[in-house]
Design a binder for this molecule. Structure first.
Ligand SMILES: [Zn+2]
Length: 594
């Protein structure tokens, strides 16, 4: 591609090179700051006045600003080229240092919690107004915190306990060989390669990949159920020790949200499931099938759209899409290109996938992706630039401690950015095929995030209910719960291969320590943005400042309070129904292209 030079990022704003002597100077300074902080505050936070707490939090922020450039630089340099020994060494050193500093400074959160338990009125002290919501969140954790030693013991036990289950699952996947016939030729594939074939344009290949992967997983189903059963039971035990009312409460606290909001969301999604099934019927029709088989869910319909876009074309399209919404809203995006903060060139040794990393000190961000010019690549870029836009607004309005946005809100600008892009592409599309490609791409993704993920929430809920009722979670029982949850979403719109009962065994999230109920935030994020978008379509330009306000607020307010600034209320079903309406409308647009 001609513009390859434009597609490599410039990290010199952070450090000139891996050998930059400023890296070690910064590390030494940060280590010293942490030591001084510990000396000054360990065991003494309970005695602080409001002004003392203010000073303490400011010192944490100064420390985090100091160390952040080093951790950002080392992780970015490593992601861009994972094979360079010097970069590997730096990244390893910084990761270990960050873990050590994290343990060294963990006391401050626990002590702050204890202080607030004693003096909750500190939350409303005027000097602490910037940190009000941070303190509210710390206060909410207090009754669930254990002692410092107990917390350390849990981390240490997880390391060789739950983490070992997780290691076992990934080792299993990475040591298997899958026999799959691709276009008439039987070949042996690693898991990564086999999983890639699940999205193959050829239907028989997708089917063969599905059968090969899931029949092998199914054969060892009892091993995976041992893992999942024990992980869930461990979680029930720990939740009781932490005095959580339900196994979901820990995740609700981390996401800064409430049970009734999530219940409401899931109920609305279930009520709106017909619009997803309707989409799946249209997809079947496009594929010339009477009904979809499960391996058609991942069929890349947009992939039949051959047009390729240069990186420059992608840049222009995305900037125009953001500018159409509001010229200022595109400022952060433009800067990402002019400052060369995007690494989009595909090359050997680069990390897979795409991400956006916040660069607080520069009031900006860095994006990594491997851009190959497909429609899907432009959507990925528009998504990541949404994250950069969020960082752009947040860094201009918030101090570092108020930039820890929970996952239910963290995807707001990114999904919104995808919608802005699809709006522009649909407006300028010259053929129905073009429109269909754009619509299928966003509907597939939204269908996954909203509906398929909801089934996984129900599945997890069902496991804990089963444990509570004394049901033994052997392999057939876990599969039964999986299939029940799955069918609540798909109904008769999809037919499943029998080995797909083992589908749950492949999801790494279920085996990770402290990662229970990872799933509903995706549903929340997707529907939250679709609701905002519906609001934007109704209100037009008066909506623009509302979105900016939500993004600028960072984590200084709860997700509920953020929605309220846009006169929206996630506690009502109307709120979520309006997001589902956006999904339904996109489905209707797709129907028009047939
Ligand atoms: Zn994202």
């Amino acid at each position: 591609m001609a513009d390859t030079r434009q597609m490599v990022w410039d990290l010199s704003e952070l450090f000139v090179s891996v050998d930059d002597s400023k890296i070690n100077q910064t590390i030494a300074k940060a280590v010293d700051m942490a030591t001084q902080f510990e000396k000054k505050y360990r065991g003494k936070i309970a005695e602080l006045t409001p002004a003392g707490v203010f000073e303490c939090l400011q010192e944490i922020e100064t420390f985090s600003k100091e160390i952040s450039n080093v951790s950002l630089y080392s992780s970015l340099a490593f992601a861009a080229n994972m094979t360079l020994p010097k970069v590997q060494a730096l990244n390893d050193k910084v990761e270990k240092l960050a873990a050590k500093l994290g343990i060294q400074l963990a006391f401050y959160n626990l002590e702050l919690g204890a202080l607030l338990k004693d003096k909750p009125h500190f939350i409303n002290e005027s000097i602490l107004v910037n940190y009000k919501h941070l303190l509210e969140r710390a206060y909410r954790c207090v009754e669930h915190n254990l002692s410092e030693v107990e917390e350390q013991l849990i981390i240490e036990k997880d390391q060789f306990g739950i983490d070992a289950w997780s290691e076992l699952q990934s080792k299993w996947l990475n040591t298997r060989v899958f026999e799959i016939a691709v276009l008439g030729k039987q070949k042996r594939y690693s898991y990564g390669e086999a999983a890639g074939l699940l999205h193959h344009p050829d239907r028989t290949v997708r089917k063969a990949a599905n059968q090969a992967i899931y029949s092998l997983l199914d054969r060892d189903g009892e091993v995976f159920s041992s893992a999942l059963r024990n992980i869930c039971n461990d979680w029930v035990t720990i939740s009781k020790r932490r005095k959580h009312k339900t196994p979901m409460e820990d995740s609700l606290i981390n996401n800064d949200t409430e049970q009734d909001i999530i219940d409401n969301l899931l109920t609305s999604v279930e009520a709106g499931v017909k619009s997803y099934r309707h989409y799946l019927k249209i997809k079947a029709k496009i594929m010339d099938l009477s009904v979809l088989e499960n391996y058609d869910l991942t069929a890349p319909l947009h992939g039949t759209f051959e047009r390729k876009f240069t990186f420059k074309q992608a840049q222009n399209l995305i900037i125009r899409a953001y500018t159409r919404f509001d010229p200022e809203y595109a400022e952060g995006v433009k800067e990402m290109f002019t400052k060369h903060h995007i690494d989009a060139a595909p090359r050997f040794g680069k990390r897979n996938g795409a991400f956006c990393a916040s660069y607080y000190n520069g009031k900006s961000a860095y994006i990594l992706q491997s851009y190959n010019g497909t429609l899907s690549d432009i959507f990925t870029l528009a998504h990541e630039l949404g994250h950069a836009t969020h960082d752009w607004y947040m860094a201009r309005s918030q101090t570092p401690l108020n930039t820890h946005v929970p996952s239910i809100v963290a995807e707001t600008a990114s999904i919104f950015g995808e919608l802005l892009l699809s709006d522009l592409l649909l407006a300028e599309a010259k053929t129905d095929a073009e429109r269909r490609a754009v619509l299928c791409l966003i509907l597939d993704e939204a269908g996954l995030a909203t509906f398929q993920v909801t089934a996984r929430v129900w599945f997890e809920q069902a496991l804990y209910t089963a444990i509570e009722q004394g049901e033994f979670l052997d392999y057939p029982t876990i599969c039964k719960h999986w299939v029940t949850a799955r069918n609540r979403i798909f109904g008769k719109a999809v037919q499943w291969l029998p080995e797909m009962n083992a589908e749950w065994t492949v999801k790494p999230h279920y085996y990770m320590a402290n990662y229970r109920f990872y799933n509903y935030p995706y549903v929340y994020a997707q529907m939250f943005v679709y609701t905002l978008y519906e609001q934007y379509l109704t209100e037009g330009k008066t909506f623009v400042p509302k979105l900016k306000k939500i993004l600028s607020a960072g984590s200084s307010h709860s997700p509920l309070a953020l929605a309220q600034t846009a006169q929206l209320n996630p506690k009502t079903s109307d709120f979520w129904n309006s997001g589902l309406k956006t999904f339904e409308k996109l489905g209707q647009e797709l129907k028009k292209t047939l």
